[in-house]
Design a binder for this molecule. Structure first.
Ligand code: 2AM
Ligand code: CA
Length: 274
């Protein structure tokens, strides 16, 4: 989009950043109420994929976030995992996942979060990721840094994959064939893999320097949009995830500290930018 970059300052970004953080926290508390009663939640499968699950908690939390945003910022657009999109032509578009890590959520594994990101003029501008199981709120805003609770985040200073742990995952049918070849190369180079079922949390962990990087063969925008700005603000590298309509259809995804980004990108090969 060809807009004057200074025009972003005409928007009330501070109000949106505050709202993202408090709404993520509030939605995560709501999620925790459902999580504690997960044994009685009805779990459905999305389409034919038995791994792709959704519960009433996902739908209710998304409805809650969507209603709040519409009330506060009626001129903004919205894209959510469960209820779709509206107003994508607006300058500000919220991209949210009410529960990232639903498979963990319904199975009693504590790796899930609420993820709220904001695009301004097509670029990730701010985000908040709330993890109520660990009492962590990851957040960041372009030009203002990235934080876990109130502590500034910084990506790892590692220069080789053997110096730490790298997250990886594959979920969507598209791109699955790239997973095992990548894993073989990572292990051959002395790296080690990690996966917790939440793309948003693994992205935040890269920003926090806990993981060296994170590669997913194919990811949806609501799983990573809030975290992209955190990785950048924490000094990390990100691939061109939003190219070719990535917002709506997803893309291969890589985020990493600068010292290992190239090494991981070479292991993945051309499919990363395909
Ligand atoms: P979701 O929980 O919002 O659906 C990358 O692994 C992404 O795939 C996760 O962020 C997760 O987002 C999605 N996913 C859906 N089902 C999954 C499953 N059974 N195991 C792991 N990830 C899953
Ligand atoms: Ca979800």
């Amino acid at each position: 989009m060809n807009r004057d970059p200074s025009a972003a300052s005409a928007l009330d970004i501070a109000a949106r950043y505050d709202c993202a953080r408090s709404l993520a926290r509030e939605a995560a508390r709501l999620g925790m109420d459902y999580y504690l009663k997960r044994d009685v939640l009805t779990v459905e499968h999305k389409g034919d994929d038995l791994q792709d699950v959704v519960s009433i908690a996902d739908k209710q939390i998304e409805a809650f976030i969507r209603a709040r945003l519409a009330e506060r910022f009626p001129e903004d657009g919205f894209l959510g995992e469960e209820s779709g999109s509206a107003g994508l032509g607006a300058r500000c578009v919220w991209v949210i996942d009410p529960i990232d890590g639903t498979a963990c959520f319904v199975n009693g594994l504590h790796n899930w979060c609420v993820s709220i990101g904001l695009l301004i003029d097509g670029e990730p501008h701010l985000g908040a990721i709330a993890d109520p199981n660990h009492n962590e709120l990851f957040h960041g805003c372009l030009g203002q840094g990235a934080f876990v609770n109130d502590v500034p985040m910084k990506v790892s200073g590692a220069t080789h994959v053997a110096q730490g742990v790298t997250a990886t995952g594959t979920f969507h049918p598209r791109g699955k064939e790239h997973f095992i070849p990548f894993l073989e190369k990572l292990l051959a180079d002395g790296g080690m893999f990690f996966r917790n079922g939440s793309g948003a949390l693994m992205t935040a962990y890269v920003a926090a320097g806990r993981l060296l990087g994170y590669y997913e063969t194919e990811l949806k925008s609501w799983d990573c949009l809030a975290g992209l700005v955190m990785v950048k603000e924490a000094g990390g590298c990100v691939n061109d995830f939003l190219r070719n309509d990535g917002l709506l259809r997803g893309n291969p995804y890589l985020v990493a500290c600068p010292g290992v980004y190239r090494q991981l990108a070479e292991m993945i090969g051309p499919s990363l930018d395909s």
